[in-house]
Design a protein around this ligand. Structure first.
Ligand SMILES: NC(=O)c1ccc[n+]([C@@H]2O[C@H](COP(=O)([O-])OP(=O)(O)OC[C@H]3O[C@@H](n4cnc5c(N)ncnc54)[C@H](OP(=O)(O)O)[C@@H]3O)[C@@H](O)[C@H]2O)c1
Length: 324
């Protein structure tokens, strides 16, 4: 099989992880990289032995020898960059969150549907083998009925008001950066995501949410208690508690281990990454594109759209406003 040829749009921090992960996939390669600055594209290409470097995103997406584009720009720009790639006829894997607003995410999904092209949100946690193991235990009834999820994703991002994490012009804030993982975990665990039952956020000097706590409740009484933040570190732990036992997922967003407590004993399964954990989402995107799918059954459009709807509602409720 001919290697799958990826183009990276926006060679920042996370694009480096993508380029590293590709080395764990024998039938994939990064063939081109595009930056707003040719020098940055060339430096990135040299670092990862990428054959082609472009000084504009438009030049990247019109390269005829690419099978898909990975969009790794800030949240505020995902829509424009995904639309650019789709308009050039390229399937897209877009970094999380799919859209900074519901209008952005809807426009992206509409465009993918109209163009008959694949689009997936790169919420890598969903594709980790550790989560598949946990899902197997839940479906087998090992913890009885799932009643409660506790999850945190908070880290100390440092103080830089211009940074992607804190700048409202780049759709900064903890919810869109890391809160999206706890929301997505709740949606994955319970199969749906209701409107929030309660929430509170601390808004910092730049006007974005620096930390937040959220409670969700499903009609049967199941609950999720979720926290996120970008100014202080948290546990990054997830616990799924059922009527007959519980599952712990240390460092859940990047999970390489799951622990089942049931029947009076502990079972621990380790699922080390092949490379850095991003390889699983990349493989999923490639399998979908090669199979002619427009969306992934693991993270379908309706789930990404619902995540954006709920996060937009929380952000509005907290009074956070992006200038765009
Ligand atoms: N999956 C994960 O674990 C994970 C972790 C971190 C981040 N992310 C996601 O990845 C995306 C990028 O995050 P990152 O940490 O890689 O950001 P980053 O290091 O700041 O890189 C973003 C890149 O976007 C490009 N860009 C385009 N328009 C820009 C603008 N107006 N302002 C600043 N940069 C702009 C820049 O590249 P050029 O100017 O060279 O084109 C920049 O290097 C976000 O969606 C983020 O949520 C995911």
């Amino acid at each position: 099989m001919q290697p799958f040829r990826w183009g990276i749009l926006a060679p920042g921090h996370i694009a480096e992880k993508f380029a590293e992960a590709i080395t764990a996939i024998p039938d994939a390669a990064v063939t081109a990289v595009g930056s707003r600055d040719r020098g940055r594209a060339e430096a990135f290409a040299a670092r990862y032995a990428i054959p082609r470097a472009y000084g504009s995103y438009a030049d990247l997406v019109t390269d005829p020898d690419l099978d898909a584009i990975y969009v790794a720009s800030p949240h505020s720009h995902h829509r424009d960059h995904v639309l650019l790639a789709l308009a050039a006829g390229k399937p897209v894997l877009c970094e999380k969150p799919l859209g900074a607003t519901l209008a952005h995410a809807s426009a992206m999904i509409d465009a993918a549907r109209r163009s008959n092209l694949f689009l997936m949100e790169a919420l890598w946690t969903r594709f980790l083998p550790a989560l598949a193991t946990a899902r197997g235990w839940i479906d087998a009834g090992r913890i009885g009925t799932l009643r409660r999820l506790e999850a945190d994703f908070s880290f100390r991002g440092g103080w830089n008001p211009e940074s992607r994490l804190l700048n409202p012009a780049l759709a900064g804030g903890g919810l869109l950066d890391v809160g999206i993982y706890v929301l997505s975990l709740a949606q994955w665990a319970f199969g749906s995501l209701p409107d929030p039952a309660a929430s509170s956020a601390a808004i910092g000097e730049t006007g974005v949410d620096e930390q937040a706590a959220m409670i969700f409740q499903w009609p049967d009484g199941a609950q999720a208690v979720l926290t996120c933040g970008v100014r202080t570190s948290g546990t990054a732990h997830a616990r799924l508690a059922g009527t007959e036992g519980s599952i712990d997922i240390p460092s859940f967003f990047n999970a390489q281990e799951v622990i089942l407590n049931a029947d009076g004993k502990e079972e621990r399964i380790r699922t080390p990454h092949l490379k850095n954990g991003f390889e699983y989402e990349i493989r999923e995107a490639m399998a979908c594109i090669r199979g002619g799918r427009l969306e992934s059954p693991v993270l379908p459009w309706r789930e990404s759209l619902r995540l954006t709807e709920v996060s937009s509602r929380l952000i509005d409720h907290w009074g956070v406003r992006y200038p765009f």
